[in-house]
Design a protein around this ligand. Structure first.
Ligand SMILES: Nc1ncnc2c1ncn2[C@@H]1O[C@H](COP(=O)(O)OP(=O)(O)OP(=O)(O)O)[C@@H](O)[C@H]1O
Length: 257
């Protein structure tokens, strides 16, 4: 049997007296969408930061397709096929939409591309293919600084795909978007993940997005996983309902389903 795409064992991190993440273990397979949810301060960002190498765990192991990545810096983790999108969009506003994607492709193809002039022709075509994938091909020439917020998020997804990731970490991908656009963006990400066999781990505060798109959900509270399973299982879990009570994040009428 082959190793899971992502395998996390007993991951822990404290800041002074605060146990931000405590003994978190889980796996994620290719093509699977796993949501990591929990109230503010539950430890979601700390988990993400350990997975992509920004934060070194105090304890525990992280493996990508069986290969240990614990303690590697973000650049090395990225090179092993881990892409990430951020809560705050990170694109170059003065560049065109296509150029933003080309920058990502250049980073992957490296010095060889810069030396051979391969960049201009081939990377533009490759960039356009990725833009078509996220429905942005017609906007290729536009300055990205002019894009509406939802389009910027799609551009950011295209940039994250330049690395041909096997694992994509999406930290609140729909933050700041209108509700209809949120569901649309995650639908797009889910389609791409399934078609390309990419595993996606995402955090999200919008429960509509979570329950519509996640194959599986993990719930963190004060650094610990308190529930894990299919959306239907997690929705019914009394521990989860207790944590979210008074948080303002309701499971709506579906909660009774
Ligand atoms: N660099 C840091 N220094 C000190 N404490 C930190 C640091 N990063 C996180 N923490 C603490 O660790 C805990 C978990 O924080 P984290 O940001 O991971 O939660 P979160 O679930 O991502 O929250 P949110 O939904 O608000 O983004 C919090 O108590 C937070 O204050």
């Amino acid at each position: 049997m082959s190793a899971p795409l992502l395998s996390v064992d007993h991951l822990s991190k404290s800041y002074g007296g605060v146990k931000a993440v405590q003994d978190v273990s889980f796996t994620l397979e290719r093509g699977e969408l796993l949501a990591l949810i929990g109230p503010n301060g539950a430890g979601k960002s700390t988990c993400f930061n350990m997975l992509n190498g920004q934060v070194r765990p105090d304890f525990g192991r992280i493996r990508i397709e069986g290969r240990e990545t614990t303690g590697l810096d973000p650049r090395r983790v990225w090179a092993l096929g881990v892409g990430r999108t951020f809560q705050i969009t990170a694109t170059f506003g003065s560049m065109s939409v296509r150029e933003n994607v080309q920058v990502g492709l250049l980073a992957r193809h490296g010095a060889l591309a810069r030396m051979t002039g391969f960049a201009g022709r081939t990377l533009a075509a490759e960039a356009d293919d990725l833009l078509a994938l996220v429905g942005m091909r017609d906007a290729a020439e536009r300055p990205s600084g002019e894009l509406a917020y939802g389009d910027l998020k799609r551009l950011e997804l295209a940039v994250a795909l330049t690395n041909e990731p096997s694992l994509l970490l999406m930290d609140e991908p729909t933050a700041g978007m209108a509700p209809a656009d949120r569901v649309e963006l995650m639908r797009l990400a889910a389609e791409i993940a399934r078609a390309r066999r990419i595993g996606i781990l995402f955090t999200e505060h919008d429960m509509d997005v979570v329950f519509e798109h996640a194959d599986r959900i993990m719930v963190l509270d004060r650094g610990r996983i308190i529930a894990e399973g299919t959306p239907a299982t997690v929705r019914r879990d009394p521990k989860v309902r207790a944590v979210y009570l008074g948080e303002g994040h309701l499971f709506g009428s579906e909660a009774a389903a």
